[in-house]
Design a protein. Structure first.
Length: 266
C-alpha cells in the first residue's frame, strides 16, 4: 500500500514575505512621493491614474498613492501594537488562571467568552461616540479593551494541559513556587501556540479600524483606509479607481497580516 506523500510546506520565513513587501512598498511610496497624504488640490479631484499620480486622485484632489501608503503604514502600526499588547497581557493572564484553578479559572474563561461574543464594533462605536475628535490612540485603547481575550482564552486552554505535565510535577517536587513554575515552565511552553493568534488579531484590528473610519469614527486627520473606502463609495461611478485601490489596500493589509500569523508555528 502506497503511503500518501505529504505536501511540502513553505519555509517559515516565506509567510512573512507578503507583509515585508507591503511595508517596503508603502514606505517607499511615502518617502519618495512628493504629495502629502492629506494635501488638497481641488483642480485634480477624482483624476484618473496617470504618470503624475499612479493611483489617481480622490476627493479634493488627494493623491491616492500618498493617502493609501500612509494609511497602510498607520493601520499596520495600530494593528501590530494592539495585537502585541493583547498577547503580552492575555497570555500570562490565561496561564495564571489555569494554574489557580477554581473560581479564578472560571471567571477568566467566562470573561473571555463574553468579550469575544459581544460585537467589538458596537463597543467601539459606543466608546468613540463620547470622543469629540478621535485619534489613533483612542482607537488603540478601544481595541485593547477586548484584544487580550482571544490570547487569554487560548493560553487558558493550553495551560490546562500543561499544568498536569510531568515536568511541572517535577518542578513542584523540587520545591518551586507557583510563580516560578508559571514563568519558567508554563508560559514558555505555550508561547508558540498562542502567538499564532497574533496574525488573526492584527488583521481584525485593520478591518475594524477601516470600518470605524468608513462610518466616520476614525482618526481626525482622515488618513485611514476606511476614509479612502468612503471616498470610493461616494464616487463609485465617477471615479471607480478610488474604490478599487482602496479595497485592494485593505485586502492586502489584512491578508498579509494573516499570512504572517500563519507563519508562526508552535
Amino acid at each position: 500500500m502506497k503511503m500518501a506523500r505529504r505536501a511540502p510546506s513553505l519555509p517559515r520565513g516565506a509567510a512573512l514575505v507578503p507583509l515585508a513587501v507591503l511595508v517596503l512598498a508603502a514606505a517607499a511610496a511615502r518617502l519618495l512621493g512628493s504629495s502629502a497624504p492629506a494635501a488638497l488640490v481641488p483642480e485634480n479631484a477624482y483624476d484618473a491614474p496617470s504618470l503624475a499620480h499612479l493611483f489617481g486622485c480622490g476627493e479634493g484632489g488627494v493623491d491616492m498613492l500618498a493617502l493609501l501608503s500612509s494609511a497602510t503604514l498607520s493601520a499596520l502600526a495600530l494593528a501590530g501594537g494592539v495585537a502585541l499588547f493583547g498577547f503580552a497581557i492575555g497570555t500570562p493572564l490565561g496561564a495564571l488562571a489555569a494554574m489557580r484553578r477554581g473560581y479564578v479559572e472560571a471567571l477568566v474563561g467566562r470573561t473571555c467568552d463574553a468579550l469575544q461574543a459581544f460585537p467589538s464594533f458596537l463597543l467601539a462605536l459606543t466608546v468613540l461616540s463620547a470622543v469629540r475628535h478621535p485619534s489613533r490612540l483612542h482607537l488603540a485603547c478601544v481595541f485593547a479593551l477586548t484584544g487580550w481575550a482571544p490570547f487569554a482564552r487560548l493560553a487558558l486552554s493550553e495551560a490546562r494541559v500543561l499544568r498536569s505535565a510531568g515536568f511541572v510535577e517535577a518542578a513542584r517536587a523540587l520545591g518551586l513556587g507557583e510563580r516560578k513554575i508559571l514563568f519558567r515552565h508554563i508560559v514558555p511552553n505555550l508561547l508558540g501556540t498562542v502567538a499564532v493568534q497574533l496574525g488573526a488579531s492584527a488583521s481584525a484590528v485593520v478591518l475594524s479600524e477601516a470600518s470605524l473610519s468608513f462610518v466616520g469614527f476614525g482618526a481626525a486627520d482622515g488618513v485611514s483606509l476606511g476614509s479612502a473606502l468612503d471616498q470610493g463609495v461616494s464616487a463609485m461611478l465617477r471615479a471607480p479607481h478610488v474604490l478599487v485601490f482602496a479595497a485592494l489596500a485593505v485586502f492586502a493589509t489584512s491578508t498579509s497580516l494573516l499570512a504572517a500569523g500563519r507563519g508562526i508555528k508552535p
